[in-house]
Ligand binder design. Structure first.
Ligand SMILES: Nc1ncnc2c1ncn2[C@@H]1O[C@H](COP(=O)(O)OP(=O)(O)O)[C@@H](O)[C@H]1O
Ligand SMILES: [Mg+2]
Length: 254
């Protein structure tokens, strides 16, 4: 695989839980890899859902992002290689260092720790936790771009406004070059008109930033997670894989 000079680093973030961050992270990373663009997935959520999506790190059997942040040397040693993706996994142990990182305002630990890796990947995808905590801030500091998944429900519109204000604040304070790559409408339900209405509202609010691709509600996404596979390994010809292929096309052509 051909590696770019420096990876495009994308944080997948939204302070709201259950909006499809982990689903997007896992399937973007797997899909980019399958298309020959070497991609590293970093799980920086203590819930470890991205890791669990590949059967990793619920227990302490592999090295995790916490181990890397505590001992930021040889980041290669913290990467787990599985079928469709290379991942630095996470689990509940990450919480052990939250207070100390916060106390010392250590927002650049991830950026420093992964610096030796950026020449070897075309993309690095960071799956952030569902709050703007010290780990999300580390993810945003390390990234050049953000993808914001949002479900197409009413409360998510309210949450987005707050999120954008926080991102602007973060940019001013800590990473002025951070750009929003796109807002991603996920869990789009074709059966009701509400999803379509909220998508239109999102389009008015983010005319240049809303991805054309929506990730539709699809039971295969849940089944793939249960089978601990990416959607491309679970059902590569299904509509959910088609959604992610389309998203990857938008991202790689951006
Ligand atoms: N497009 C979808 N269709 C069906 N279920 C989905 C879809 N996207 C996410 N889910 C389910 O919704 C839940 C939350 O998704 P997840 O990606 O973990 O969100 P987050 O990381 O933002 O908390 C998971 O149980 C996941 O299986
Ligand atoms: Mg998640």
């Amino acid at each position: 695989m051909k590696a770019a000079k420096t990876a495009k680093i994308i944080a997948i973030t939204n302070q709201k839980g259950g909006v499809g961050k982990t689903t997007a992270s896992v399937n973007l990373a797997a899909g980019l890899n399958k298309k020959g663009m070497r991609t590293l997935l970093i799980d920086i959520d203590s819930q470890g859902n991205a890791s669990a999506s590949f059967g990793l790190a619920i227990e302490n059997e592999v090295k995790t992002i916490k181990d890397l942040l505590v001992n930021p040397q040889n980041p290669h040693d913290f990467i787990s290689k599985i079928d469709s993706v290379e991942i630095i996994p996470s689990n509940n142990s990450l919480k052990d260092i939250e207070d100390i990182l916060l106390k010392d305002r250590k927002f650049d630990m991830l950026k420093t720790a992964i610096a030796p890796l950026t020449g070897q990947y075309e993309y690095i995808i960071i799956d952030c936790p569902p709050s703007i905590n010290v780990f999300t801030k580390n993810g945003l500091k390390a990234s050049s771009e953000i993808v914001i998944p949002t479900d197409v429900g009413y409360f998510s519109l309210l949450g987005l406004k707050q999120l954008l204000e926080e991102i602007e604040h973060f940019k001013r304070e800590l990473n002025p070059s951070l750009e929003i790559l796109g807002v991603l409408a996920s869990k789009y339900d074709r059966r009701t008109s509400l999803s379509a209405q909220i998508y239109e509202t999102l389009k008015q609010s983010f005319p240049d930033k809303l991805f054309k691709t929506c990730i539709h509600l699809n039971i295969d996404i849940v089944r793939a997670q249960i089978a601990q596979k990416s959607i491309f390994d679970y059902n590569k010809r299904g509509p959910a894989a088609a959604d992610f292929n389309s998203l990857i096309e938008e991202i790689t052509n951006a």
